[in-house]
Ligand binder design. Sequence first.
Ligand code: SF4
Ligand code: SF4
Ligand code: SF4
Ligand code: FES
Length: 959
Amino acid sequence: MPELLGSQTYQPQADLGTPLPIQFAEMVTLSIDGREIAVPSGTSVMRAAELANINVPKLCATDSLDAFGSCRMCLVEIKDRKGHPASCTTPAEDGMVVSTRSDKLEMLRRNVLELYLSDHPENCATEHSASECGIRKLADEMGVTESRFGRGGKNHLASEKDCSNPYFTFDPASCIACFRCIRACEDIQGTFALTMAGRGFDSVVSAGQMEPFMDSECVSCGACVESCPTTALEDNSVLEMGVPDAFTITTCAYCGVGCAFRAETKNGEVVRMTPWKDGKANEGHACVKGRFAWEYATHKDRIIKPMIRDSIKDPWREVSWKEAISYAAKRLREIQEKYGPNSIGGITSSRCSNEETYLVQKMVRAAFGNNNVDTCARVCHSPTGYGLKTTLGESAGTQAFESVDHADVIMVIGANPTIAHPVFASRLKRRLREGAKLIVVDPREIELVDGPHVRAQHHLQLLPGANVAFINAMAHVIMTEELQDQAYIDEHCEIPAFEQWREFISMQENSPEALESATGIPAQELTEAARLYAGAGNGAIYYGLGVSEHTQGSTMVMGIANLAMLTGNLGREGVGVSPLRGQNNVQGSCDMGSFPHELPGYRHVSDPAVRELFEKEWGVEIKAEPGLRIPNMFDGAISGHFKGLYCQGEDVAQSDPNTHHVESALKSMECIIVQDIFLNETARFAHVFLPGSSFLEKDGTFTNAERRISPVRKVIEPLAQYADWEVTQLLSNELGYAMNYSHPSEIMDEIARLTPTFSGVSYEKLDQLGSIQWPCNDQAPEGTPTMHVDKMVRGKGYFAITGFIPTDERTTRKYPMLLTTGRILSQYNVGAQTRRTPNSLWADQDLLEIHPFDAEHRGINDGDWVGVASRAGDTVLHAVVTSRVQPGVVYTTFHFPLTGANVVTTENSDWATNCPEYKVTAVECTRVTQPSEWQKEYRAFTEQQEEFLAHARTRTEKV
Ligand code: SF4
Ligand code: SF4
Ligand code: SF4
Ligand code: FES
């Protein structure tokens, strides 16, 4: 796949005009312009022609949508057939003889084209972007310079543009009413925001009810812009900067869907991120974040010079890389001399590449000499790793995204895909429109419960904290009604463990009726949902942080795996257990050995054979005892024995729970080294700031929620001189542990040498295949889309006992409500990237959702300032009164630092992995008139730190 190798000369993506038929009975052979071609039956004549390298003019056809046949540009002649059929809507047949060129066809096409030109602006688009207009292109190709119909008739040329969206413009004057945008919004995105309003000549594409795009249901995914054959819908960046001259294939740095993009550039500057049609995770689709919100990469807030200071009360000093690295290494070594080798540690980044993450954990183990390394998965999907490893034998999801196309019943638990994993959500919604059934398990009414052309058969609106009760009740119904797949269990699972589990789960205390008050789900509805899932031909479970971020997160993951094994829903397409991963490379950061107890490939540090392998390659001794987890590091800092932290691309001060505790831990450390692209919240407590590089500035790989390793390729040079892996290497060398990689591909080669599940992975293979799902080795040289096919990775599946233990976080008279947290579409995680893009036009603050009943009871109205207090702390944010949440439950997001959502969350965590219980906090909400004390302190501290930063810059300018 040569497109992957790096920067390529710009050319539009190939478009075969119509999609490959989903199913076909046979191959048919036809002749087109004298060339013979064999294609699957059901293939259009247009596609067959394109496959034979014969270009047929087209406007309304594209291979990402079913043929529509409206523009009449693609007419052909077929021997022994009357008329001139449209090649996009005519299926190829055996023995067909087709001509795509003739005088008659030329005349017909010219007529159509001239008609279009008579109502098409002469200066459609800007001078920069004119070559993107399909009408102009066809006119040039066909040598049509004038329209015989003139421009004097009734026309749309004076139509007003819709410039409401910050990323694209709709110019009705350039629209040819081909419906491609409307079909894309429906079929690809599944939002149904567009219609063709009016009739005949007055037809006009309309967002919502003839509203500006920004006021409509449009979620700004860009699918319509991508589909438009003219420049009626065009990226503002192209209108401003012009058509790109080069492109590089790379992978989105936002969420765990891992969409592949063409980063399209002009004179070395990014003009547009176009979803790559050959990307297997997204197949040419994207969401507002990856498609449009990339400006942060060159935002003025980027810190591109290293900085140091002795204390967080001092201003920053900009210094050379040499000085910063030597200062950082010196302070780390001093700390170790004073407090011992275990007094320092590192945090890897799930936004950085696999290679970078691998290097950080290697530096901690080899140069720091301990296992004190952890990652943000600690606060999101660590229970997934533990739960799936225990039950199935591998710490990762079982399926490719494509698998959902074959699911009959889909259960979405504690996840909000349309918001957090939008491109996967579009695929899922398409499957639902095709007839698959849906069970949503969520305390909130998420969009999937009742969205456009999608409705859940069951919305099990459970109470926060009741996950395990719910999953046990589901299993109880299936077991006691004997709906299990016993043949599957007998063949694939450990029978003694199953028998014990059967006894446990069949107990009356696990029945839906007994657990009804705990779950809040009517027993009858839960029973019906269990029957639906058990009776599905293919039942698939997708879950998110609503499963893992609980005190019983690991138990719940095991409960989900139990349910899948019980019903035989593993080991083939359409089924499985799929965690929807949060950050772009959180799967990869876990795979790469970021946990304090595991070396790359999830192998325990206590295993001498595994250690020996790494010791031989790395030339150092590796400690056999697991190191500190992030919460242990914080506790150690407060108690005085953990003093130094290297934190790469992770903002613990904002993202970790119980902010008071985190801040006090950070203040207790003697040297915090933050490596990031912005001076993030954690950097306010840092002593060394090492500028990071965005995904556009380096080579590497990310691994998405499907275990898909995808290439990240350098598009622009690092703004601060070095890619993140190079900075880690500099620090390691300064600490005395030599690293001499000249390119990330060498790091991947080392990973492959040491990690059996990666042994077949190389940059060469990634270039050939585009992406690879691990395990990739001798048994699976091209990767593994579906896990546990013939047998479980652990040999036999293990039914773990999943007793329900209610969380200690209960409502009390003082804190009578439950707070749960989540995300919104336009913002991402701690918001460091998206807050620095026009995405903030959709949301510029975190809001508190409260049920009308609770709001009225407390005298709270829409938009009021509400104080939210828990036993950990309190904060203030604006209220949204909505019945999306149930009475007694409030909900917010955590994208804005000033909100301080994590000031309120507590130290409670998962029993097995310490993953915080973000999803359940007992709170009280009251109407207030001013910010909380923490918010006032935050403002003052932040202002002081901003002055310190300004001081560093002014000083450098003077120097
Ligand atoms: S806006 Fe573009 S895609 Fe939509 S109908 Fe008009 S020309 Fe076709
Ligand atoms: S941007 Fe996406 S959601 Fe909005 S109208 Fe276009 S296709 Fe529909
Ligand atoms: S779905 Fe995720 S990976 Fe895809 S474009 Fe959106 S943020 Fe990026
Ligand atoms: S491309 Fe076939 S009718 Fe438009």
